[in-house]
Design a protein around this ligand. Structure first.
Ligand code: TYD
Length: 220
């Protein structure tokens, strides 16, 4: 008998909104329920993708053209889909990914002002019809997210500061674009307030995933 296709969940939000922590906590809950889960991230998630990530996030990368930036995001994504996401979903595993095309629409489409259409057309070409079954958009205010991200990256071993150097106006456009996506696609994107304590946000995410994907019976 053929195994049912797995589910594809993505986490989105501004830098420093706490999505990586929440993603790991959700994966633990799903695994406790007997679901096979792969966690991954963008840009990155494969050997080639991690090299592309280094170029994209290092503050040594100066003067990168916005279209080149978008194309590199999709190059990393194409590799991740081919190597990780597709094979996992086809074998019945669930994939939980830190960022996906909504980030490109928000950061390059909104932040860099390339527009949503450009990003969505490229998505169609590169990713075909692959969209998440559920996207958790962790909403936080621009000022405190950016403050957190900058503080965290200052202490990190790797230099991943290129985006954190952007202005408040840039992140406000990114934030607006995320909310616009959520309004356009309420059946896929659920907005979660990222500001309450970690455990409170976690419980809300588990509730939403249960409600939307009925995971209690998913491993049968
Ligand atoms: P991430 O590792 O999620 O950083 P953080 O933990 O700070 O949220 O993402 C790295 C950066 O890459 C982040 O600033 C957003 C940016 N990004 C884009 O601009 N476009 C994209 O398509 C993706 C996937 C990420």
């Amino acid at each position: 008998m053929q195994k049912a296709r797995g589910r594809f969940i993505t986490f989105e939000g501004l830098d420093g909104c706490g999505k990586s922590t929440q993603l790991e906590k959700l994966a633990i809950v799903l695994r406790e329920r007997g679901i096979d889960v792969v966690t991954t991230r963008e840009p990155g998630g494969t050997a080639i993708g991690e090299r592309i990530r280094e170029v994209l996030l290092s503050s040594r990368t100066e003067g990168l053209d916005a279209h080149a930036e978008m194309a590199l995001m999709f190059a990393s994504r194409a590799e991740l889909i081919a190597e990780v996401i597709k094979p996992a979903l086809e074998s019945g595993m669930w994939v939980v990914c830190d960022r996906f095309t909504d980030s490109t629409e928000a950061y390059q489409g909104g932040g860099r002002e390339l527009g949503s259409d450009t990003v969505l057309r490229l998505h169609e070409l590169v990713c075909g019809g692959l969209w998440p079954d559920l996207t958790i958009l962790m909403d936080s205010d621009v000022a405190s997210s950016v403050r957190r991200a900058r503080r965290r990256n200052k202490d990190a071993a790797q230099d991943e500061n290129r985006f954190e150097k952007e202005s408040q106006a840039f992140f406000t456009r990114v934030h607006d674009a995320f909310l616009q996506i959520a309004r356009r696609e309420p059946q896929r994107v659920v907005v979660i307030d990222a500001r309450p304590p970690i455990e409170v946000v976690h419980e809300e995410i588990v509730r939403v995933v249960k409600e939307r994907l009925a995971f209690e019976g998913a491993h049968l």
